[in-house]
Design a protein around this ligand. Structure first.
Ligand SMILES: Cc1cc2nc3c(=O)[nH]c(=O)nc-3n(C[C@H](O)[C@H](O)[C@H](O)COP(=O)(O)OP(=O)(O)OC[C@H]3O[C@@H](n4cnc5c(N)ncnc54)[C@H](O)[C@@H]3O)c2cc1C
Length: 356
């Protein structure tokens, strides 16, 4: 029996999932993307780990090298007026919209078609995949609350760039940070996200101090930081499964806001689950279980930043100390380095976890 899978939203996760499923003989996959192919945009700072990305792309015969715009030498981190040079491993910016469009060439996609839940349910699709990112346009908003980080970003040009490398300035209480990422050819993304909505003020201060030669684009969107395990990625509507993948399933690392690699990982977990078994319900439940296990560090990070922001994380809280230890180990681990693209030494981690 052929399974009809409809992927709603062909962005980071949706495109990769479609490409992976297109090679499975028993699955018929089609994507629906709200934006047009000609003017496809992705509001994101486009930073990722080139090697990790390559691991995913090789599975569909693409290579990360073809999409690199700029490569970091170090990450400049400004904390308390001091700029630290944090070592990096394969941290790059990529041409993300071009990559998504290339990945999406591997299967049938209908562009300029924004789908509603009702339309998806009446479309003869056996499995509806919600890959609509932050909107969760099909599976619906989480019933037990969400946690969003408002962000804003500008694409700018500098004749004389204020920094030679990738630069970030974290805000107090792990509420977010300002970023300045090179894109090559004198272009940069300058943006900020802040849980207390001070990001526009911080951004204005930065741009007043470092005036760009020109502003080419500006825009923003919220970022979901509630992780898998707290955000259930599977429901049934009229007996039809609706399964979320990518940011719709909570795959954003709550401390750094990274979602590209985790979204690809969630797509791979879903593709593995769906192509492995004959029993759809069992496959989808396997996906839910694996997501919860694979992203357990995201729940720690979420609890840590939530407690920090609410002012309940201090040295007398055992829960908070346990989180700090787990997260420090993660940042120093190979997995942490690969996921974040940075390779901090112990002294950097100690500075970063210090309550500031
Ligand atoms: C300002 C900002 C900067 C960021 N910077 C980074 C970074 O540098 N590195 C990093 O790793 N992560 C970053 N992230 C996070 C990352 O961009 C996302 O988490 C990741 O791209 C999510 O992938 P996704 O596939 O779930 O969603 P998306 O890539 O957003 O794809 C969702 C797709 O669904 C489409 N869509 C939505 N609704 C419908 C509908 N009803 N019908 C049809 N189509 C629909 C959209 O047009 C879009 O193409 C950033 C996020 C923000 C907001």
């Amino acid at each position: 029996m052929t399974l009809n899978v409809g992927i709603i939203g062909v962005g980071t996760a949706g495109s990769y999932l479609g490409a992976l499923l297109s090679g499975v003989g028993t699955i018929n996959v089609k994507g629906y993307e709200g934006q047009s192919k000609e003017s496809y945009i992705s509001i994101c700072a486009w930073a990722t780990n080139k090697d990790m990305l390559d691991g995913y792309l090789r599975e569909i015969d693409l290579h990360s090298d073809s999409y690199v715009l700029a490569e970091a030498r170090v990450l400049l981190v400004e904390l308390g007026g001091i700029v630290y040079e944090v070592p990096v491993e394969n941290l790059v910016t990529i041409d993300k919209p071009r990559l998504i469009l290339d990945v999406a060439r591997k299967f049938e996609v209908e562009y300029s078609h924004r789908i509603s839940r009702m339309e998806a349910l009446n479309n003869g699709i056996d499995v509806i995949v919600d890959a609509t990112g932050v909107s969760r346009g099909i599976i619906g908003k989480p019933t037990s609350g969400d946690r969003m980080l408002p962000t804003y970003q500008l694409l700018v040009e500098y004749g004389e760039p204020p920094f030679e490398d990738f630069y970030v300035k974290p805000f107090s209480r792990y509420a977010g940070y300002l970023w300045y990422f090179p894109l090559g050819g004198g272009r940069f993304f300058v943006g900020a996200g802040d849980a207390f909505s001070r990001h526009l003020t911080f951004l204005r201060d930065f741009l007043d101090k470092h005036r760009p030669t020109s502003i080419l684009w500006r825009g923003g969107r919220s970022l979901r930081i509630k992780p898998p395990g707290l955000l259930r990625p599977l429901i049934a509507d009229e007996g039809r499964p609706i399964v979320a993948v990518g940011e719709a399933a909570g795959t954003v690392f709550p401390i750094l806001g990274e979602g590209i690699l985790p979204s690809l990982e969630s797509a791979r977990i879903l593709a593995d689950a769906m192509s492995g078994g004959d029993y759809l319900d069992a496959s989808l439940n396997t996906y839910v279980d694996v997501m919860e296990r694979r992203f357990s560090i995201f729940r720690r990070a979420y609890r840590f930043v939530s407690n920090k922001q609410e002012g309940t994380c201090n040295m007398s809280s055992l829960k908070c100390i346990a989180d700090v230890i787990s997260l420090s180990i993660f940042f120093l681990s190979k997995r942490g380095r690969k996921l974040t693209g940075i390779a901090p030494r112990l002294r950097h981690v100690l500075i970063a976890v210090k309550p500031f």
